[in-house]
Write a protein that binds this ligand. Structure first.
Ligand SMILES: Nc1ncnc2c1ncn2[C@@H]1O[C@H](COP(=O)(O)OP(=O)(O)O)[C@@H](O)[C@H]1O
Ligand SMILES: O=C(OP(=O)(O)O)[C@H](O)COP(=O)(O)O
Length: 398
C-alpha cells in the first residue's frame, strides 16, 4: 500500500471539482514551448480524472515572476501545448483565485479541463499564506498533487491546500517516488553526481548534504563558475554568484571530510555573446578573458567527466554542463549524455537524471529514452537524494 492516498482511493468523482497541482514550468523559447515532457508526464492524471467525469482544474506556476502578473510568465503561453498533448480542449482563466477563477469554474461541465493562471502572480503562493490558500481551496472539493518536481516548495498550491481539502497523490507523483526509490533507494557504489545548470543559489545548499552521499561530485554549468570564482580564479563575465563563495568553500571542506571527490572543469568554451554560433574559443579555466563568459566546459573537462562516468556504478545528474540550448555550447552536455547512455545500455551503469532543462538537454542529445530513469524534477530530486523530507510529499502521507 502506498504511504499516501492516490487516485485509486477516489470514488464517485463525477461532477466533483478537483484541483490538480501540476508542474507546467516548461522551457519556452520565442513564446513557444520547446520541451513538453512535463506536460506528457501529468497527462495521465488529468485525463483519468476527466474521463471519470470530474471537473479538472489545473493549478501551476510558471517561472519566477517577481512583481505580480506579467505576459512573460502567463500560462497562456503553455495552454496550447497542454491542449495538444492532452488532445482535449483546455479552458483558461485569467486568474487562479477571485471572480475570474470562480466564474470559469462555475461554467464547467463534467469532464472539462480548466487551466488557471500562474499561482505565482500572487505573493501569497510562495508564502503559503493561509488566506491565499483558502481562496484557492474555494474552487475545489478535492486536491490532487501531481507536481513532484515542485514538492520541495512549501507553497499554497503544493502544500497548503492539503490542509484544506481531501488530498491525494497523482499518478506522476506516485510513479516518480516509486521509480526513485527503486533506482536510488540503495544505490550501487561508486555513486557519481553531475550538477550543473543555472539555478545556483537554490541548489548550492543541497550540495552540502549531497557530498556526504556520493563518491564524486562533478560540477559544470553556471554552478562551476561559482566554485571556480570561490577558489580565487577570475571568471570574467560568466554566470556566477560571487556572494556564494563561502558556501562553495564550505562544500569543498565537507566533501574532503566525507571523502567525496569534487571535480571542477579544467577548461571552458568562452564567448562574448550569449547567442547561437557566437565566436568562441577554448581556454584553460585559469585563463578566462575578463570580457568573456564560459558557456560550456571544454574538451579536457569532457574527458574527465567521461572518466568519472566510466568509474561510476550509479550516476545522478541534474543541470546541463553548458548553455545547451545554443549551439555549439551544447557539445559537452551532449557528449556526456551520450556516454552515460552507452554505459547504461552496456549494463554497466544505473543512470538517473532530473530537471526540466536537464530532460530537455537529454532529449536534445537523443538519449532520454536510454537512461535508466528520467525524473521531471531537478531541485526536488536533489533534495530527495539528500534524504530530505519534501513538504509536498510529507503532507500527503497517510
Ligand atoms: N555556463 C553557463 N552559462 C549560462 N547558462 C548556463 C551555463 N550552463 C548551463 N546554463 C543554463 O542552465 C539552464 C538549466 O539550469 P537549471 O534550471 O538549473 O536546470 P534544470 O531545469 O534541469 O534543473 C539552461 O537554460 C542552460 O542554458
Ligand atoms: O522547474 C522546477 O525546478 P527544477 O528546474 O529544479 O526542476 C520546478 O518547477 C520548481 O521551480 P522553482 O525552482 O522556481 O520553484
Amino acid at each position: 500500500m502506498a504511504a499516501f492516498k492516490t487516485i485509486d482511493d477516489l470514488n464517485d468523482i463525477a461532477g466533483k471539482r478537483v484541483l490538480v497541482r501540476v508542474d507546467l514550468n516548461v522551457p519556452v523559447k520565442d513564446g513557444k514551448v520547446t520541451d513538453t515532457t512535463r506536460i506528457e508526464r501529468v497527462a495521465p492524471t488529468i485525463l483519468e480524472l476527466s474521463e471519470k467525469g470530474a471537473k479538472v482544474i489545473l493549478l501551476a506556476h510558471f517561472g519566477r515572476p517577481k512583481d505580480g502578473p506579467s505576459p512573460e510568465f502567463s500560462l497562456s503561453l503553455v495552454a496550447p501545448s497542454v491542449e495538444q498533448v492532452l488532445d482535449h480542449a483546455v479552458l483558461t482563466a485569467s486568474d487562479c483565485i477571485g471572480e475570474a477563477a470562480a466564474s470559469a469554474v462555475a461554467k464547467m461541465n463534467n469532464g472539462d479541463i480548466l487551466l488557471l493562471e500562474n499561482t505565482r502572480f500572487h505573493k501569497g503562493e510562495e508564502k503559503n499564506d493561509p488566506d491565499f490558500t483558502k481562496a484557492l481551496a474555494a474552487n475545489g472539493d478535492i486536491y490532487v498533487n501531481d507536481a513532484f518536481s515542485a514538492a520541495h516548495r512549501a507553497h499554497s498550491s503544493t502544500e497548503g491546500l492539503a490542509h484544506h481539502l481531501p488530498a491525494y497523490a497523482g499518478r506522476t507523483m506516485q510513479a516518480e517516488l516509486e521509480a526513485l526509490e527503486k533506482g536510488l533507494g540503495n544505490p550501487v557504489r561508486p555513486v557519481v553526481a553531475i550538477v550543473g545548470g543555472a539555478k545556483v543559489s537554490t541548489k548550492i545548499d543541497l550540495l552540502t548534504n549531497l557530498v556526504k552521499r556520493v563518491d564524486a561530485l562533478v560540477i559544470g554549468g553556471g554552478m562551476a563558475n561559482t566554485f571556480i570564482a570561490a577558489r580565487g580564479t577570475n571568471v570574467g563575465k560568466s554566470l556566477c554568484e560571487h556572494d556564494l563563495a563561502d558556501t562553495a568553500k564550505q562544500i569543498m571542506i565537507e566533501a574532503a571530510t566525507a571523502g567525496c571527490a569534487i571535480v571542477l572543469p579544467e577548461d571552458g568554451v568562452v564567448a562574448r555573446e550569449f547567442k547561437a554560433g557566437a565566436a568562441n574559443e577554448i581556454v584553460s579555466i585559469e585563463a578566462i578573458p575578463g570580457d568573456a563568459m564560459v558557456l560550456d566546459v571544454g574538451p579536457k573537462s569532457v574527458d574527465a567527466v567521461k572518466a568519472w562516468i566510466e568509474r561510476a556504478a550509479t550516476l545522478v545528474w541534474n543541470g546541463p554542463l553548458g548553455a545547451f540550448e545554443i549551439e555549439p555550447f551544447d557539445a559537452a552536455t551532449v557528449a556526456a549524455a551520450r556516454y552515460a547512455a552507452e554505459r547504461t545500455k552496456a549494463g554497466k551503469l544505473t543512470s538517473v537524471a532530473g530537471g526540466g532543462d536537464t530532460v530537455s538537454a537529454l532529449n536534445h542529445a537523443g538519449v532520454a529514452e536510454e537512461f535508466t530513469y528520467v525524473s521531471t524534477a531537478g531541485g526536488a530530486f536533489l533534495e530527495w537524494m539528500e534524504g530530505k523530507e519534501l513538504p509536498g510529499v510529507a503532507v500527503l502521507s497517510r
